[in-house]
Design a protein around this ligand. Structure first.
Ligand code: SF4
Ligand code: SF4
Length: 470
């Protein structure tokens, strides 16, 4: 497959064995034991587009979970061993098949959106490992997002509502997140953080504690120019998405992305007014806000671009969904079709590479490997670097527990997954852990710090930048 197309060729159900995709959808209601149920999915909703108000059992439109998608699950269970929450809890209802059963039961009017229903859906990481494994092409991510939209529309309890207000009021808003991080830096440097940690003052507040532990040090952020011109032979013009978390917590990743792309012959356009891509909103089921942010992002970039380059897996995965949620004719969908992960563009770039003597291991961010189907480009990019020995990470595509803001909403499950990830990293003996998503970098760095494991946690672009030199 040519460079830059690995993710572009991602289709739902990719990897399905030949012939399996033709499996006729199960037309009848099905119990978990495989027996027939008398009621079927509401046919009036089946033929309606997602944006038209309708009813589907316990759900009401717009943005109903797609009945055909629900029916395409043949209950084979192939996805179960790939599901992190099923691996940890061993509960059918915390597996992809169990969650699909719940959503389908609600869609058929056999179940309401109860607290138990919501709990099993909340515990899902949205990692989409089940989608990669599924031979029937069940669009689990979209079904989950639509179902979460239904849960959000019903409203949340006061504690969850307060937490979501804090998270969604802060993280997707760089103008608010920036000052909040400056306060955090003050808290870190003043010695208050050491005092709070030594006395265990946040132990009774696990979610606040998870937030506090995530950041080691807040970096200083410089401004990027609006245009970084190509160096040498010009290949074309790309836009760079700077992201909300990436631009404030990993500004060096954006700066190095722009520098390396320009060295590879691309003019890099970096609009200062670009906002959030809406990834957190999509994964949280806040679909109206997601559409608004997607539309605004498309307006922020000029149309005359060869590619939109993204260096945060969660953002890239959400942007590639613009066509589904906004319609293929929307300007945002055109931007989505141009979207490439930075490793797809740099993997074959003509760059002078010096040796980097280190042992590295690569963690597959869920929204890169499962959300965009990008597995080989980052590995090939790292393999090109002389001196760098790449050791395969056991369970490299098992979620680290970050999953957007999952580690803040569900810190216990996130910590159990992080423990497992750090065990696997320690077993490789690597001194560099490489991952293409800021959430994973934060989460894994936190786990390594807590374990006392001396491992540098870096984005692939940072490793490549070391090889290219200043
Ligand atoms: S998205 Fe991830 S956590 Fe959720 S059901 Fe699928 S594999 Fe399990
Ligand atoms: S989601 Fe796919 S892999 Fe999982 S049980 Fe259903 S058909 Fe099988």
């Amino acid at each position: 497959m040519p460079a830059g197309t690995e993710g572009a060729h991602r289709r739902l159900g990719a990897g399905r064995p030949a012939g399996v995709g033709a499996h006729p959808p199960d037309q009848d209601g099905v119990r978990p034991d495989g027996g027939a149920q008398p009621r079927t999915l509401c046919e009036s909703a089946v033929t309606r587009p997602a944006t038209v108000a309708a009813r589907l059992g316990a759900f009401s439109g717009p943005d109903l979970p797609d009945p055909d998608g629900l029916r395409s699950c043949v209950h084979c269970g192939i996805c179960l061993p790939q599901c992190p929450t099923y691996q940890i809890l061993g509960e059918e209802m915390d597996s992809p098949r169990g969650r699909l059963y719940l959503v389908r039961a609600a869609a058929e009017g056999r179940l309401d959106i109860t607290p138990t229903f919501t709990r099993h859906l909340d515990l899902c990481l949205g990692c989409r490992a089940c989608e990669t494994a599924c031979p029937s092409g069940v669009p689990f991510g979209r079904l989950l997002e639509a179902t979460r939209g239904q849960i959000e529309r019903r409203g949340r309890g006061p504690a969850r509502r307060a937490l979501e207000t804090l998270i969604f009021g802060l993280f997707p808003h760089p103008r608010r997140l920036g000052p909040a991080l400056r306060l955090l830096a003050l808290y870190q440097r003043s010695g208050l953080q050491s005092l709070v940690r030594a006395r265990g003052l946040l132990r009774p507040f696990p979610r606040l504690r998870a937030m506090e532990q995530l950041l080691a040090a807040v970096p200083r952020v410089g401004r990027l120019p609006a245009l970084v011109p190509a160096v040498g032979a010009r290949r074309g013009r790309v836009g760079l998405l700077t992201g909300c978390v990436q631009r404030l917590l990993y500004p060096q990743v954006n700066a190095e992305t722009a520098r390396l792309l320009s060295r590879a012959g691309w003019d890099v356009v970096i609009p200062a007014g670009q906002g959030c891509c809406g990834a957190l909103h999509l994964h949280g089921g806040r679909l109206d806000e997601f559409r608004r942010l997607a539309g605004a992002l498309a307006q922020a970039f000029p149309e005359a671009l060869d590619h939109l380059v993204v260096n945060a897996a969660g953002c890239g995965s959400a942007i590639r969904e613009y066509g589904h949620w906004l319609g293929e004719a929307a300007p945002a969908a055109a931007l989505a079709r141009k979207t490439r992960d930075v490793t797809e563009l740099l993997v074959n770039a003509d760059l002078p590479l010096r040796p980097v003597e280190a042992v590295a291991t690569y963690h597959d961010a869920c929204h890169l490997v499962h959300g965009q189907g990008i597995r080989s480009a980052p590995r090939a990019l790292l393999a090109r670097i002389p001196g760098l020995r790449l050791v395969e990470l056991p369970e490299s595509d098992l979620c680290c527990g970050s999953a957007g803001v999952y580690n803040l909403l569900e810190p216990q499950m996130a910590d159990r997954l992080l423990e497992r990830k750090v065990d696997n990293i320690a077993a490789t003996g690597a001194t560099l852990l490489v991952a293409g998503n800021p959430g994973c970098l934060l989460q894994i760095a936190k786990g390594c710090r807590a374990r006392g494991l001396v491992v540098e946690v870096l984005h692939p672009v940072e490793v490549l930048a070391r090889a290219v030199g200043p």
